[in-house]
Design a protein around this ligand. Structure first.
Ligand code: SF4
Length: 755
C-alpha cells in the first residue's frame, strides 16, 4: 500500500527550481497555492504567467484517487483509452456501496454479497491496470488518502468532490469527473482554469467546544455555497498552525460546500506529526528539506490583501460552535442562537439521530473528542435521547479507536458502530421508518445536508456540526440544547452540565491495524481478465458517443426548465441509484428526477411535446430519443453544484439531450458536460431564462463557426408562431470545442492511442 516515496522525491527535486522560476516570471512573492500550481505545470512549463480566473492551464497531477461509485465509470472509460497501465499512481476505494443498517458486523458482509459483481470488477480492473485497490471496509477514500498518500505540496485529482480533504496535508487536491481521471491515468495533461485565490487568515486558538469544523461552518456562512467557485481557499496565520492536521482536513473537506476548487494549508509541525504518526517519516524528512517552498512567501502573509482576490479573517479564540442547515450547508447558526432560530423557523427541536462520521469528521481526534462527551454522559448518569451512529473513517482509525476503548464508550451509550464507509452520508442508510416521510431532525458531522441526502426523506431536517456537538445534542435529544450553558437532568434527577470535550490529536500509543484492507496490483497485469457480463444490471461496457453531425441544432424540445437549486443529486440521485453507477443505461432512469419543473413546480413530471401528456423526465427523454429528436435542459444558478459525478453529464448525453443552458454552472459539472461532448451554455442575459416557454422548439445557431469567446444564438420558436432570439455564452476553449465535435474527449484519446 506504500505511498511512492520515489515519486514524492522527484516532485520535491523539481519543486524549488520551478517555484523560483515562477516567482521570477510572475514578478512578486507567491502564495502556497500558486507554488503548487506552478510546480505542477504540464512538462514543467514555467514560461508563462497565468491570469487567475481566466486562463486554462495544463497540469500534471501526481496521483489519482477514485471511490467505488465513480470509479466504475472512470475505469469503464479508461478501458476504452487503449493504455496497458495507469500513467500515475492511482487508487480505488470501496466506501460508497455499503448500506448502514444494523452495524458493521452485519452490514459489511451484506454489502459484499449485494455488490460482489461491482467489487470484483473494480478489484480485477485495478489489478490489471496497476491501480491500488482498497477493499470494502478499508475506509472512506479521503481518510485513507490522508493516512497513506497525501503529501505537502502535491497535486492530486480524485473522482469525488471531497478529494479536497487532502488540503489538510498541504496538497492541492481537486475533485473531478471520471473523464478527467481517465485522461490523467492515460498520461494526458489535466486542464483547469487557473483558479482565483481566497485567503483566510486564522488567528488565535480554538478552545472549549469549538473545533476545526466550526471554522468551515463559519466560512460557509460567509461565502455561501457559491462563494468559493473557481477559487482555491488558502488558510494561513498563527491560528492555522494551532490546528491539527486532520482538523485542517475537515476544513478543506467542506471547501467543497462553498464551491471552492480546493483549499489548502502550508506545511507545518502538525503535518509533520501526522506524517510521522502514519508511518511516513521519510515523507516528513523530504518535506522538511524543502519546507520554505511548501508554504506561502512571508511577504504574502504579511500583506495578504495585496495577493489574494478576497480575504477573510477569523479569530479562533472568539469562534463559537455552529450548526449549519437545514437543507443547505451554508445556513450557519451559532449554537447560542439555535433555540430561537429553530423556533422562529418551525424546525423540529426533537432530535431523532446523531451521526458521527463521513470523510469530514472521522479521524481519531474526532472520535476521541466525541467519545469524551459520551463518557461524561455515562459517568454523569445520562442516557442518549436520540439514536446514535458512528462510521469510523478507516480500518486503521477503527482498529486504533477500538483498542483505545473509544468505540466501547460509544457503545455504552447504545451507539451503533457502522462500517468504515460513507453510509448515511451518501444516502446508504436503511433508516427504520424513513419511508413514512415524517418531519424530523437529525444532527450529523457530515458535510452535506441537501434534502433527502441521508435517508431519502424530504422532511428530514439535517444539521451539520462537529462530532462533539453531535454527541452533546444527541444526548440531549434537543436541537436547541447549548452545552456551553445548558444543563441536563440525569437518572437521579440532578442537573448536570457537560464539560468541554477533550481528545487526542493523534493516538498516544500510535496507530495500529491488523488488516488495512489493501490489495496491491499485479506487476504485470496483461494477463488479468476483466469480466463484465452482458446481462448485468450493474455494469455495462461503454459504446462511444456519436460525433457532432456538423450542423446547427434545430428543433430541440425543452425537456425541463429546472427551477431553483439543481445539484448533481437532483440530476443523478445517489442513495438507491448508486448501485447502477457502472451501468449507464440503467442509471439514466434517474436523470433529473429530483429537479423541479418550473412550469408545474413538480419533480419528475414534464410535458412530452410529442403526446402533450405529462410524465417522468427519463421516460419523456427516451421518447424523444426514440423519435430521433434532440432536446435541451434549462437551469438556474450554480447548476450542477455538489458532487463530481459525471453521470450527471453522461446520462443526458446518453439519452439524447444536446445542450444544457443555465444562468450559471458549478465548475466540475460544466467540465463534465464538455468532456462528454455536450453543449454547456449560459444565458448572456440571465433574465432570458424567463423567455423560455414550455412548448418552445429551440434552435442553437453558430455551431458551424463554434469559436472560443464567441457567443452562440438561440432561437426560441414559440408555440404561437412567434420567435425570439437570445444570446448565450460558452466557456469552451479550442481543445474543448474539439471534444464537442468528436462527440466527447474520450473519442479523441482513443483515436490518438490507435494512431
Ligand atoms: Fe463519502 Fe460522504 Fe465523504 Fe462523499 S462526503 S466521500 S459520501 S463520506
Amino acid at each position: 500500500m506504500a505511498f511512492d516515496i520515489e515519486m514524492i522525491k522527484k516532485v520535491y527535486a523539481n519543486f524549488g527550481p520551478r517555484v523560483e522560476a515562477a516567482r521570477k516570471l510572475v514578478g512578486r512573492p507567491l502564495t502556497l497555492s500558486e507554488k503548487i500550481l506552478y510546480a505542477h505545470l504540464w512538462e514543467g512549463n514555467t514560461n508563462t504567467s497565468y491570469n487567475r480566473g481566466v486562463d486554462y492551464v495544463d497540469f500534471a497531477p501526481d496521483r489519482v484517487a477514485m471511490q467505488d461509485a465513480t470509479a466504475q465509470m472512470a475505469l469503464l472509460q479508461f478501458m476504452q483509452a487503449g493504455r496497458p497501465k495507469v500513467a500515475v499512481p492511482s487508487t480505488v476505494h470501496c466506501d460508497h456501496l455499503i448500506t448502514a443498517k444494523l452495524g458493521a458486523a452485519i452490514d459489511l458482509p451484506a454489502a459484499n454479497t449485494e455488490s460482489k459483481e461491482v467489487f470484483d470488477f473494480l478489484s480485477s480492473v485495478s489489478n490489471k491496470y496497476g491501480i491500488g485497490f482498497w477493499k470494502p471496509g478499508a475506509g472512506i477514500i479521503h481518510q485513507v488518502v490522508l493516512e497513506n498518500y497525501a503529501f505537502p505540496g502535491g497535486m492530486m485529482i480524485g473522482t469525488d468532490s471531497h478529494t479536497v480533504n487532502a488540503g489538510g496535508l498541504g496538497m492541492v487536491a481537486i475533485g473531478v469527473g471520471g473523464a478527467d481521471a481517465c485522461d490523467v491515468m492515460a498520461g494526458l495533461p489535466w486542464e483547469l482554469k487557473f483558479p482565483k485565490l481566497i485567503g483566510v487568515k486564522l488567528t488565535g486558538k480554538l478552545n472549549g467546544w469549538t473545533s476545526p469544523k466550526d471554522v468551515i461552518l463559519k466560512v460557509a456562512g460567509i461565502l455561501t455555497v457559491k462563494g468559493g467557485t473557481g477559487a482555491i481557499v488558502e488558510y494561513f496565520g498563527d491560528g492555522a498552525k494551532n490546528l491539527s492536521c486532520t482538523g485542517k482536513g475537515t476544513i478543506c473537506n467542506m471547501g467543497a460546500e462553498i464551491g471552492a476548487t480546493t483549499s489548502t494549508f502550508g506545511y507545518d509541525e502538525s503535518m509533520e506529526r501526522y506524517l510521522r504518526a502514519t508511518n511516513r517519516a521519510d515523507v516528513a524528512d523530504a518535506a522538511n528539506a524543502i519546507a520554505a517552498h511548501l508554504t506561502g512567501d512571508a511577504e504574502v502573509y504579511a500583506e495578504p490583501e495585496k495577493y489574494f482576490d478576497q480575504l477573510i479573517e477569523i479569530n479562533l479564540s472568539e469562534l463559537e460552535p455552529y450548526l449549519n442547515g437545514p437543507f443547505t450547508p451554508d445556513l450557519a447558526t451559532p449554537i447560542s442562537k439555535m433555540k430561537e432560530v429553530a423556533a422562529a423557523n418551525g424546525w423540529p427541536l426533537k432530535v431523532e439521530w446523531g451521526l458521527i462520521g463521513s470523510c469530514t469528521n472521522s479521524s481519531y481526534e474526532d472520535l476521541s473528542r466525541a467519545a469524551s462527551i459520551a463518557k461524561q454522559a455515562v459517568d454523569k448518569g445520562l442516557t442518549t435521547k436520540a439514536e446514535f451512529g458512528i462510521n469510523p473513517g478507516s480500518e486503521q482509525v477503527r482498529y486504533t479507536a477500538n483498542r483505545d476503548g473509544l468505540l466501547a464508550t460509544f457503545e455504552d451509550l447504545n451507539a451503533t458502530i457502522f462500517t468504515n464507509a460513507c453510509g448515511p452520508c451518501i444516502g446508504m442508510w436503511d433508516r427504520v421508518g424513513a419511508e413514512k416521510q415524517e418531519k424530523n431532525t437529525i444532527v450529523h458531522s457530515f458535510n452535506r445536508n441537501f434534502a433527502k441526502r441521508a435517508d431519502g426523506n424530504p422532511n428530514t431536517y439535517a444539521f451539520v456540526t462537529s462530532p462533539e456537538v453531535v454527541a452533546a445534542i444527541a444526548i440531549a435529544g434537543d436541537l436547541g440544547f447549548n452545552p456551553l450553558t445548558d444543563t441536563l437532568t440525569n437518572n437521579k434527577g440532578e442537573q448536570v452540565k457537560l464539560d468541554p470535550p477533550k481528545g487526542d490529536e493523534l493516538p498516544v500509543n500510535g496507530y495500529a491495524v491488523e488488516d488495512a484492507g489493501y490489495q496491491e496490483p499485479a506487476k504485470d497485469g496483461s494477463g488479468v481478465q476483466v469480466i463484465v457480463s452482458p446481462t448485468s444490471h450493474r455494469l455495462q461496457l461503454l459504446d462511444p458517443f456519436a460525433a457532432w453531425e456538423g450542423t446547427d441544432l434545430k428543433g430541440l424540445k425543452l425537456l425541463i426548465k429546472a427551477k431553483g437549486k439543481c445539484t448533481t443529486d437532483h440530476i443523478s440521485m445517489a442513495g438507491p441509484w448508486l448501485k447502477f453507477r457502472g451501468h449507464l443505461d440503467n442509471i439514466s432512469n434517474n436523470m433529473l428526477i429530483g429537479a423541479v419543473n418550473f412550469f408545474n413546480e413538480k419533480t419528475d413530471n414534464v410535458k412530452n411535446e410529442l403526446t402533450g401528456e405529462y410524465g417522468p423526465v427519463p421516460a419523456t427523454q427516451r421518447a424523444y430519443k426514440a423519435a430521433g429528436i434532440g432536446s435541451i435542459v434549462v437551469g438556474d444558478e450554480n447548476y450542477g453544484e455538489g458532487s463530481s459525478r459525471e453521470h450527471a453529464a453522461m446520462e443526458p448525453r446518453h439519452l439524447g439531450v444536446r445542450a444544457v443552458l443555465v444562468k450559471s454552472f458549478a465548475r466540475i459539472h460544466e467540465t463534465n458536460l464538455k468532456k462528454q461532448g455536450m453543449l454547456g451554455l449560459t444565458f448572456a442575459n440571465k433574465d432570458d431564462y424567463d423567455k423560455i416557454l414550455e412548448d418552445d422548439a429551440i434552435d442553437i445557431i453558430g455551431l458551424t463557426t463554434f469559436t472560443p469567446n464567441v457567443p452562440l444564438t438561440l432561437v426560441l420558436n414559440h408555440a404561437d408562431g412567434t420567435k425570439e432570439e437570445i444570446v448565450v455564452n460558452h466557456s469552451y476553449n479550442a481543445q474543448q470545442i474539439e471534444w464537442f465535435k468528436a462527440g466527447g474527449a474520450l473519442n479523441i484519446i482513443r483515436r490518438e492511442a490507435a494512431a
